[in-house]
Write a protein that binds this ligand. Structure first.
Ligand code: URA
Length: 335
């Protein structure tokens, strides 16, 4: 073997060592080692013929010394790589964070390198714009702000254009009565008389409601009266789900301020909207329900009683339960 081929062999051996070391480092996750493969060396190393044609490209240390035939250093012994780090046993490995402990940061499967991967977070509650320009999740808005008053809520409603019902209204019909009232009535939406006057339950159905209130020994001024929707739907149609959902938070905030002992929901639509139930009024009327710790009595709407006076018997039964509950709890300290 002449000097030149010996030098070539030495270079080849070195290149293989470097490629092997690079491959090991890559396994350990070291980056930036592209091009340090045996194949890459083979590609970048001058071909045998080219070497002959261009010996100047050889490393100076390997250049033939024309004057003194310097012996080339012996090829280095094959380099042995340190053994890969021993696999840590299950017990010694840092404990994986379980889904239960950190539900949104699961760990990848058991290979290097371990990197936390974020799960897509569950859909947040739909945000709603408030008058203050900030974005508040629907649920938080439903509860209102600490210390707010009925006046604050009226101011937030403002000249509302949040749903299409504003187009046909004359007046917004706000909740009426004392915030300290123990009993609240909740209807569906204003009718023509309420739209004209800006006050809830002042038409024929309202007259009947006044009688119902008096039948249990109270006066209209003693109670709170409101509606899920504050604007009259055209032709007194039932408010759509969207219309109800848009307006309802204002009512819920008022309920949260007043926290009456009992809420009487009048009719199917008001009941379904307040209680978020799919059950009908015929099934639930007369049985106390719960809204955030407040007793809720569903009963028929007075407008329905005007159409079918035979239903007054049931409403009277329901109202007696309300009266009795209020009497039983009248000395109870507010929670
Ligand atoms: N019907 C209702 O539901 N609310 C009113 O204010 C009047 C009639």
């Amino acid at each position: 073997m002449n000097d030149e081929s010996q030098a070539r062999e030495t270079l080849k051996s070195l290149a293989e060592d470097v490629a092997e070391a690079a491959s090991y480092l890559r396994e350990l996750g070291v980056e930036g080692l592209e091009g340090l493969s045996a194949e890459a060396f083979a590609q970048t190393a001058p071909a045998r013929d080219e070497t002959r044609k261009a010996p100047a490209q050889m490393p100076p240390a390997l250049k033939r010394n024309a004057s003194a035939e310097r012996p080339l250093p012996p090829p280095p012994p094959p380099r042995t790589l340190p053994p890969p780090p021993p696999q840590t046993s299950q017990a010694a490995r840092p404990q994986a964070i379980t889904d239960a402990e950190s539900p949104d940061i699961p760990y990848q499967a058991d290979h290097m390198p371990k990197r936390p991967v974020r799960k897509p977070s569950p859909d947040p509650p739909a945000p709603r714009e408030t008058l203050f320009g900030d974005i508040t999740p629907q649920d938080e808005l439903s509860l209102g702000r600490p210390g707010e008053t009925f006046e604050d809520i009226r101011a937030d409603v403002g000249e509302c254009v949040r749903c299409p019902l504003h187009q046909g209204r004359t007046n917004i019909v706000h909740t009426e009565g004392q915030a300290a009232a123990r009993l609240m009535f909740v209807g569906e939406a204003p009718g023509a008389d309420e739209d004209a006057s800006g006050r809830p339950f002042v038409g024929r159905a309202g007259q009947l409601l006044n009688k119902i209130i008096e039948a249990i020994g109270l006066k209209r001024d003693d109670v709170l009266i409101g509606n899920v929707n504050r604007c009259r739907p055209p032709g007194n149609r039932t408010p759509t789900t969207d219309e109800a959902h848009t307006c309802k938070p204002f009512l819920l905030r008022e309920i949260n301020i007043a926290r009456p002992d009992v809420i009487v929901v009048l009719g199917n639509t008001a009941m379904k909207n307040l209680l978020d139930t799919k059950e009908g009024i015929t099934r639930l009327r007369g049985q106390f329900q719960d809204y955030r710790g407040i007793k809720v009595m569903p009963t028929f709407h007075p407008a329905y009683l005007l159409r079918d006076p035979s239903k007054k018997r049931e409403v009277w039964d329901d109202m007696k339960k309300v009266r009795d509950y209020l009497n039983e709890t009248k000395d109870r300290k507010p929670e």
